[in-house]
Write a protein that binds this ligand. Structure first.
Ligand SMILES: [Mg+2]
Ligand SMILES: [Zn+2]
Length: 178
């Protein structure tokens, strides 16, 4: 069983912008090719998890109920497209809480590995930020940066850590993975 972790904002849906959140169902917009990519990964037999920081809940910017509604809609739209996400993991804590699950800490990935009993060394983490790459390395997983969210190739000289792979979008990553 090979596991793929996906970050959410900037990977599955449009990046809301630095320090901004997807605060309503209406503001959750799938990126082009994202559902198709998840369907392809599902067809290839990967187990897929989402691991996302949503500190806006902890800050009271939007509610857990809104987040749950966004998740339910995201999962059903992905299913309609032929994809399957096994479980969605969120850290909803504020940075100041000092929790173990807020990325770049690897807590969310470790929770999944413990519950579903797999080796994180064989897993991939696909994200759009340097924080995701740090998370991946902290968990011992392989890191993939995609360029549909925060990071752009032109900023490469400022990257503090080198991803194992870089792809233009999730579909290209999904085609590469086997
Ligand atoms: Mg992101
Ligand atoms: Zn947390």
């Amino acid at each position: 069983m090979i596991v793929i972790f996906l970050d959410r904002d900037g990977v599955i849906n449009k990046y809301p912008g630095d320090k901004l959140y997807v605060t309503s169902l209406r503001k959750f917009k799938f990126l082009p090719n994202a559902k198709k990519a998840i369907a392809l990964l599902t067809k290839k037999g990967f187990k897929i998890f989402v691991a996302s920081n949503q500190a806006g809940v902890g800050k009271g910017t939007y509610s857990q109920k809104t987040l749950d509604a966004i998740t339910a809609k995201m999962l059903s739209d992905i299913e309609k497209a032929g994809g399957r996400i096994d479980k969605v993991y969120y850290c909803t804590h504020r940075k100041e809480a000092g929790c173990l699950c807020r990325k770049p800490r690897p807590g969310l990935l470790k929770q999944a590995a413990k519950r579903f009993k797999f080796n994180l060394k064989k897993a991939y983490f696909i994200g759009d930020t340097m924080r995701d790459i740090f998370t991946s390395h902290a968990a011992g997983a392989k890191s993939i940066l995609i360029l549909t969210g925060k990071e752009k190739l032109k900023n490469q000289k400022n990257w503090e850590v080198k991803p194992d792979f870089v792809f233009k979008d999730l579909l290209i990553a999904a085609k590469f993975l086997k």
